[in-house]
Design a protein around this ligand. Structure first.
Ligand SMILES: CC(C)(COP(=O)(O)OP(=O)(O)OC[C@H]1O[C@@H](n2cnc3c(N)ncnc32)[C@H](O)[C@@H]1OP(=O)(O)O)[C@@H](O)C(=O)NCCC(=O)NCCS
Length: 165
């Protein structure tokens, strides 16, 4: 196993409910360029704690290390979506990115989402430039199924899906 893989294995991860404290933390997150488009600074923390929006906390022994989302908030305007798959997305805490932790983070979310929502498939929508995220998703069995330009800013996105057996 690689050193990165060993590090990821040493970090216990679990999904728990989103709290006001976690949400207040998330809305301070800033990512280094070019990932600053994922900054959540200025977002309303109440959005993350509203259970209708499908946000969950990813924690290490109670400490917030990321979040996962299930449902329509994982979609990007301009993409073609149907109900054959459950949309999912999320992010690691900025200082934890680029260290090989993303695979376990997403896998932990998928395991939780599979048990809770029992979808026939998962679907993720990722910015075309974000090869890092696409690599992690493809390593977890996601397959690119479409590309489109967002109606908001024209940015290219890739839709990837993973069937659940
Ligand atoms: C997306 C995310 C989960 C990826 O997890 P991560 O732990 O940061 O990713 P890793 O460091 O394991 O990198 C994944 C792979 O991409 C590669 N990679 C990193 N930057 C790259 C780049 N600019 N170009 C090409 N490959 C790159 C890494 O070398 C690694 O390759 P490997 O599969 O051979 O090991 C995490 O960065 C994150 O949550 N970011 C938040 C912002 C974001 O991108 N959100 C969108 C989520 S859909």
């Amino acid at each position: 196993m690689t050193r990165r893989g060993v590090l990821a294995d040493m970090v216990a991860m679990e999904i728990v409910g989103m709290t006001e404290e976690y949400a207040a933390d998330i809305v301070t997150w800033r990512y280094p360029p070019p990932y600053d488009c994922y900054d959540l600074v200025g977002a309303d923390p109440a959005f993350f704690t509203d259970s209708r929006n499908g946000y969950f906390a990813l924690v290490n022994e109670g400490r917030l290390i990321g979040f996962r989302v299930f449902g329509a908030d994982g979609r990007v305007p301009g993409g073609e979506y149907d109900e054959s798959a459950l949309d999912t997305g999320g992010g690691l805490r900025p200082e934890l990115t680029g260290r090989g932790l993303g695979r376990r983070a997403i896998a932990t979310g998928l395991e939780y989402g599979a048990a809770r929502f029992r979808p026939a498939a998962f679907r993720a929508t990722v910015a075309g430039f974000n090869i890092r995220a696409q690599r992690v998703l493809q390593g977890l069995g996601f397959v690119p199924s479409a590309t489109f330009d967002a109606t908001t800013d024209g940015r290219r996105f890739v839709i990837l899906t993973r069937r659940q057996s």
